[in-house]
Design a protein around this ligand. Structure first.
Ligand code: NDP
Length: 282
């Protein structure tokens, strides 16, 4: 069994991105800028933002954090996003979710132009991916594809099963696997026969947000198992969607939690930002 090391792979990617950011500056593009807009006091969001800012520093992207208070009005947030959309020094804009309940998330996301949508959440970018054209893919699914590529996992013709159909993970994940010529099955909370479907997977991606949903009897001998889940178990410990200890005995490759997909998500955010900056020069 091969343990897919997302932490190490993400560090390698950040080193590559550092070179790309330096080359961008050397070509006269200036410093690459990522604007991070955070509204309210969600503690998890604060941790994510700290990680993103740190990763930006490491690769030489300047991060501009806009931390707005919980009571920020819709119009005020829209004005900020509109001004960042116009700002040539800002190549990527990230609106940290979830937002306070009084704000209209869809309307705010729509203020981010597709070319600066480095999270890949916009309808235009999702549409481009659905049409198998160039678009910015959401960071987590893109990170999974990058892990599969760097670990030389054959995708073409394989049966890939994605558990979860959210707009930010499961759905784009399925599209990317389909674009890579996998035969894709998408499962969700209404799926009947989840166990049998998963047991037929050559590549199994778990993104349901349910601790230990994927047990060893749901995994084919030799399958590649990617665990996107980030959950807290009864003791408050971070865990994935896969029963790692039992499943690792059957999988040919498996990602751990933590240290699997998580670090790749941030690396892909940086990559999407550098892609956006490079496109802006063309
Ligand atoms: P959502 O809650 O938005 O979506 C979960 C999906 O899983 C839904 O489509 C849901 O089905 C499906 N689902 C839930 N329970 C079951 C079940 N028992 N059987 C089959 N399908 C089920 O979550 P996200 O997509 O945002 O995130 C999924 C997980 O990935 C979470 O643990 C999250 O923390 C983690 N995550 C990790 C990231 C990383 O960087 N590693 C980044 C983003 C998320 P239905 O549509 O029918 O409700």
């Amino acid at each position: 069994m091969i343990l897919i090391d997302g932490k190490k792979t993400a560090a390698e990617i950040r080193a590559e991105l550092k070179e790309r950011a330096a080359a961008f500056e050397a070509r006269g593009g200036g410093k690459i800028g990522l604007a991070v807009v955070c509204i309210g006091d969600d503690p998890a969001s604060k941790v994510y933002i700290r990680n993103k800012v740190k990763a930006c520093e490491e690769v030489g992207i300047s991060s501009l954090v806009y931390a707005l208070p919980e009571e920020t009005a819709q119009a005020e947030a829209e004005t900020l996003l509109a001004s960042l959309a116009e700002n040539a020094a800002v190549h990527g804009i990230l609106l940290q979710l979830p937002l306070p309940a009084h704000l209209d998330t869809e309307r705010l996301l729509a203020k981010i132009p597709a070319k600066k949508d480095v999270d890949g959440f916009s309808a235009q970018n999702i549409g481009e991916i659905a049409l198998h054209r160039n678009g910015t893919a959401a960071c987590t699914p893109r990170g999974v594809m990058e892990l599969l590529r760097r670990y030389h996992v054959e995708i073409c013709g394989k049966h890939a099963v994605v558990v979860g159909r959210s707009n930010i993970v499961g759905r784009p994940m399925a599209l990317l696997l389909l674009n890579a010529d996998a035969t894709v099955t998408v499962c969700h909370s209404r799926t009947q026969g989840l166990k049998e479907i998963c047991a037929g997977a050559d590549i199994l991606v778990a993104a349901a947000g349910r601790p230990k949903l994927i047990t060893a009897d749901m995994v084919k001998e030799g399958a590649v198992v990617i665990d996107v889940g980030m959950n807290r178990d009864a003791n408050g410990k971070l865990c994935g969607d896969v029963d790692f200890e039992a499943v690792k005995e059957k999988a040919s490759m498996i990602t751990p939690v933590p240290g699997g997909v998580g670090p790749m998500t941030v690396a892909m955010l940086l990559s999407n930002t550098i892609d956006a900056a490079e496109r802006s020069l063309k």
